[in-house]
Design a protein. Structure first.
Ligand SMILES: Nc1ncnc2c1ncn2[C@@H]1O[C@H](COP(=O)(O)OP(=O)(O)OP(=O)(O)O)[C@@H](O)[C@H]1O
Ligand SMILES: [Mg+2]
Length: 255
């Protein structure tokens, strides 16, 4: 047996496997919006169509960056080994959008406050199909819209696995992921819509404490039976709360 390097398309395909579910995809996109300091994040998911749309009011992306976005290792968050030691954002690898551009048709529409125009770029199967100002998707306020169509179109087996496990199951995973992010970021308004029937499945309004977000998500009676926990040592801080009531199911367990 001789050792040979994998060819580039095989490498790209293998690397793309770190996002293998709709929930992971939603988390990557929502984390990007949080890194862009968005205070409103609206997510639409149609599981049956492998469609995701996320709209934020974050910093937006400059036209220059729109040309680089979706390339592997292209990131605005981390550039040197020293930066890696002080990462304060969710993202730092510059891999998520490149991966999504491999496995879907990815459209990014963004307005940066320093520019009058809104810009749009479309990537599919790792290729950039279009990039430039857009009139049809023009936005007045800064922020970014990311649309994923035909997610996992290159992975029929992954799609089959997701449909066999049930779209409802996966939608529940998406819901739990969004709820977890909302609990960590009470100052952000989150909305999750099931785009297949236009129903809202998660809504949180901006709050000052995560207990208040907890109350919005799970109701006052559960919120009354909580105790808080806080611990700090060196760089590690644990801040949270736990339920004083037991439940028979794992429905409130977020791992
Ligand atoms: N919603 C957004 N608003 C503003 N900029 C964005 C948004 N989403 C992505 N970007 C820009 O695109 C770049 C690439 O995003 P991507 O998620 O691929 O990488 P990352 O967040 O830097 O690292 P990671 O792969 O670890 O998530 C980001 O560094 C950021 O500059
Ligand atoms: Mg990211």
């Amino acid at each position: 047996m001789t050792i040979r390097r994998l060819n580039d398309s095989a490498i790209r395909k293998l690397r793309a496997s770190f996002i293998s579910t709709v929930a992971q995809c939603v988390v990557e996109l929502a984390q990007n919006s949080l890194d862009a300091l968005a205070t409103t994040i609206e997510i639409h998911v149609d599981m049956t169509k492998f469609f995701i749309q996320i709209i934020d009011n974050g910093t937006g992306i400059t036209p220059e960056d729109m040309e680089k976005i979706g390339q592997r290792y292209a990131t605005s968050k981390c550039h040197t080994l020293e930066d890696l030691a002080h990462v304060t954002t969710y993202g730092f690898r510059g891999e998520a959008l490149a991966t999504l551009a491999e496995v879907s048709a990815l459209e990014i529409i963004s307005k940066h406050p320093n520019y009058y125009d809104t810009y749009c770029t479309i990537l599919k199967g790792g290729q950039r199909l279009q990039c430039g100002p857009t009139r049809s998707s023009r936005r007045k306020k800064p922020g970014t819209i990311i649309i994923i169509r035909d997610l996992f179109f290159t992975y029929p087996v992954r799609r089959k696995h997701l449909s066999e496990n049930g779209f409802i199951n996966e939608l529940e995973n998406v819901k739990k992921s969004v709820e977890s992010l909302a609990l960590i970021h009470p100052q952000v308004t989150f909305t999750l819509v099931d785009a297949s029937n236009d129903s809202k499945i998660v809504t949180t309004k901006k709050a000052t404490t995560n207990i208040s977000t907890f109350r919005q998500l799970f109701g006052s009676s559960l919120a009354q039976n909580l105790d808080s926990v806080y611990a700090e040592e060196d760089d590690i801080k644990i801040d949270g709360f736990f339920s004083l009531r037991g439940f028979h199911t794992r429905v409130y367990i977020y791992d």
